[in-house]
Design a binder for this molecule. Structure first.
Ligand code: GDP
Length: 597
């Protein structure tokens, strides 16, 4: 007996495309879609919201002899349309990656780049199987393009020279994969795809190698993911929010990838929100209208239900606070509380630890927010507030409340600065950093902090009184008083003009007057270094009465300056300044052990 409450079937594997900017992710997706359409199978590929479904029959037509449909029982491949790892890291399902399999696009001319490394890290962390599309093979000098052909066939048409040039680049990529800890080879040499990463040479421009890429993706899914693809088609739908979008006539809607079960119009759903899970009821399930009908006013058509795997726009009340990357769960036949707890638990997994003081971080999705928080933790940068969404005036207000000035900063990953926030930022004492590469963003912030600290130390160093010990030279009294002008030698430290000077009487410091000039070989200078002989003018003392030739004098250090010098600037001052400081402190502390502490 069949019942309509429980039926297992195999769903379409979800494929994500990742890689460094400009390596051809978008072109590759477009080419795959375009080739599918031009195979005369336009009716067979379905455009979903945020994803494209390419059925097995189309793949097999495109891939020719590489894919025999009889070898497969998975229905095809669902490509996520937004390439890049921002969306990839968003795409979580029950704590793992939502994409079942990934294509890592690497430009054969460029090899590994920062975002390639970042993508590899994410793939490793999420344990997502992937293939490498070594793209732009058509740019090899002397290449003889073979539109849409499998790569082996295309290689046969190349000169020996072109082929060997390409091989060289391919092996470089294989080497880089190995440096990243993945053993890899050209895909036709790979025996065990669980142990080795297959590299598929392709061109998104000429579609060479695309049959191979599809064949490898299909084969990998069939071999290693068949079990995971078994789902209950009538089970309560589960999905992940790709994007929250305002849609005329519908208000806030969520573009969702459904990876399990079925979502029906009218279902009660629980969605992860900014503050708490949102419980709401599906008002409409929207799919794009087929291309030929696009002229009609309405962009979308309503459907009664969508089963996994699919991309769909869900319209429902109260979705304004929904977050990209958050889970979506259909309640159906289960206690609502259980489902809410499930959603909460999943959100808690992604929750970012915040501190009393720190920076404000904003990201486009929960997944990227989490990735950013992890990277900041490693960099030991505390986080005051972490949120999904564009940078709003409120964020600037929050950032301003940070205690330490260097924490008055907002780090935005893949988000925009809202127009009204722009004005706010101009008048606020808050520094904004935005980037779409996480490590770059953090590096920029760290550089800023370092420069700031250095600049601060420099100003302090500029203002602080430098220690100096100097000796009055015999037979070098040029003037007795008003001011006394004498020749001196700096023993250690830096003797600066306009400082008070004096000597130690026992352990007591006796000020004798203030320096009002330093001359070095007849020229006025601001300071004299250890070892230098200069003549100085001292306001106050009379030589022969208050001071004598041969006396050792010191620059008087205000207690606060002595403390800063000892505790904060020890590394910044010179060795002989440290020596002068140590001598000065030692004597001072004989009388008061806590002086300058
Ligand atoms: P994305 O940033 O990774 O999505 O890269 P795009 O798809 O936008 O491609 C970046 C640039 O590389 C564009 O100018 C493309 O036309 C070009 N491009 C992409 N794939 C190929 C290819 O296979 N061959 C050649 N010659 N150019 C390509």
């Amino acid at each position: 007996m069949t019942d309509d409450t429980h039926t297992d079937t195999l769903r379409t594997p979800i494929v994500a495309v990742l890689g460094h900017v400009d390596h051809g992710k978008t072109s590759l997706l477009d080419e795959i879609r375009g080739s599918a359409v031009s195979e005369g199978e336009a009716g067979a590929i379905t455009q979903h919201i945020g994803a494209t479904d390419i059925p097995l029959s189309t793949i097999s037509t495109m891939a020719g002899e590489l894919v025999n449909p009889d070898d497969f029982d998975l229905p095809g491949l669902l490509f996520i349309d937004t390439p890049g790892h921002h969306s990839f890291s968003t795409l979580r399902a029950r704590g793992g990656a939502l994409a079942d399999i990934a294509v890592l696009v690497v430009d054969v001319n460029d090899g590994f780049q920062p975002q390639t490394e970042e993508a590899i890290d994410i793939l490793r962390r999420t344990g997502t199987p992937f293939v490498v599309a070594a793209n732009k093979v058509d740019t090899t000098p002397g290449w003889n393009p073979q539109e849409g052909e499998p790569i082996q066939k295309s290689l046969e048409a190349q000169s020996e020279r072109a082929e060997s040039m390409l091989n060289e680049k391919l092996y470089e990529i294989i080497g880089q994969l190995s440096d990243a800890g993945f053993s890899a080879d050209l895909y036709w040499r790979v025996q065990d795809f669980q142990k080795n990463i297959g590299v598929v040479p392709v061109s998104a421009l000429t579609a060479e190698g695309i049959p191979d890429l599809l064949a490898v993706l299909m084969g990998l899914s069939q071999r290693f993911m068949k079990e995971e693809m078994a789902i209950d088609v009538f089970g309560p739908g589960e999905g992940t929010v790709l994007e929250v979008k305002d849609e005329r006539g519908f208000g806030a809607t969520i573009d969702t990838v459904v990876y399990d079960g079925v979502v029906r119009n009218g279902d009660t759903i629980v969605v992860g929100g900014q503050n708490q899970p949102i419980v709401t009821e599906v008002r409409a399930l929207l799919q794009p209208r087929p291309l030929e009908e696009i002229r009609t006013e309405k962009k979308f058509e309503k459907v009664a239900e969508v089963g996994a795997a699919a991309g769909v726009k869900i319209a429902a009340p109260d979705l304004d606070d929904a977050m990209a990357g958050a889970p979506v769960r259909v309640v159906r036949d289960r206690p609502l509380e259980d489902v809410i707890e499930e959603v909460k638990a999943e959100l808690a997994e992604i929750e970012v630890d915040t501190a009393e003081d720190g920076v404000v971080i904003k990201a486009d999705t929960l997944g990227s927010l989490e990735a950013m928080a992890n990277a900041l933790r490693e960099a030991e940068v505390p986080i005051l507030r972490a949120e999904v969404g564009d940078i709003a005036p409120r964020d600037i207000a929050v950032a301003e409340t940070a205690n330490q000035d260097e924490h008055k900063a907002i780090l935005g990953f893949n988000v925009d600065l809202l127009t009204n926030a722009e004005r706010e930022l101009e008048s606020a004492d808050v520094k904004l950093f935005t980037n779409d590469v996480i490590y770059q963003l953090i590096e920029d912030y760290e550089t800023y902090v370092e420069e700031r600290q250095r600049a601060q130390q420099e100003t302090v160093l500029d203002k602080v009184v430098r220690p100096a010990r100097f000796r009055l030279l015999p037979d070098h009294t040029f003037r007795q008083n008003d001011p006394a002008v004498v020749g001196v030698e700096v023993i250690s430290g830096t003797l600066q003009n306009n400082r008070n000077v004096g000597y130690f009487e026992g352990n007591e410091f006796e000020r004798v007057g203030g320096l009002s000039g330093i001359q070095k070989q007849g020229d006025d200078v601001d300071e004299a270094r250890a070892g230098e002989r200069v003549s100085i003018a001292i306001d106050g003392p009379t030589v022969g009465r208050d001071i004598e030739e041969g006396d050792t004098l010191w620059t008087e250090l205000p207690e606060k300056h002595a403390k800063i010098l000892e505790q904060e600037l020890k590394e910044e001052i010179t060795a002989d300044e440290r020596e002068a400081l140590a001598g000065y402190l030692e004597t001072r502390r004989k009388r008061d052990p806590f002086w300058g502490k």
